[in-house]
Design a protein around this ligand. Structure first.
Ligand code: SF4
Ligand code: SF4
Length: 94
C-alpha cells in the first residue's frame, strides 16, 4: 500500500479522553496575538480574537497531539505535554 492511499484519520483512535487531563496550557499574559498557533493547527483548535489566542474548550477530543502550536509560539504562551500514558491518541497501522 502506498502512502497516498492511506487515510490517516482512519488510523487515529482516541483512548480514555475523559482521563487525559489538561495537556495544553495557555498563558494569556504571554500571548502577543500573532496568530501562528491558529495557522499551524490542522484542526482549527486555536482562534485569535482581540489580539489574544483561545483554545477550543473541547480540544482533547480533536487534538492530534502534534505539539506544533507550542513549538511555533515564540513567547512561550503555550505549554504542551503529552497526555497521561494510555490515554489520548493511538495510531494503529498494520
Ligand atoms: S502563537 Fe503564541 S503568541 Fe501567537 S497567538 Fe498563539 S498563543 Fe499567542
Ligand atoms: S497540539 Fe497540534 S492538533 Fe493539538 S492544538 Fe496544538 S497544533 Fe492543534
Amino acid at each position: 500500500m502506498s502512502l497516498e492511499n492511506i487515510d490517516f484519520f482512519e488510523l487515529v483512535k482516541r483512548v480514555d479522553t475523559d482521563k487525559m487531563g489538561d495537556f495544553i496550557k495557555y498563558d494569556r499574559e504571554k500571548c502577543n496575538g500573532c496568530g501562528l498557533c491558529a495557522m499551524v493547527c490542522s484542526f482549527g483548535l486555536w482562534a485569535v480574537k482581540q489580539n489574544k489566542a483561545k483554545l477550543a474548550a473541547r480540544y482533547q477530543e480533536l487534538c492530534l497531539e502534534c505539539g506544533a502550536c507550542a513549538e511555533i509560539c515564540e513567547p512561550g504562551a503555550i505549554d504542551f505535554s503529552y497526555p497521561a500514558g494510555g490515554t489520548g491518541v493511538v495510531i494503529e497501522y498494520g
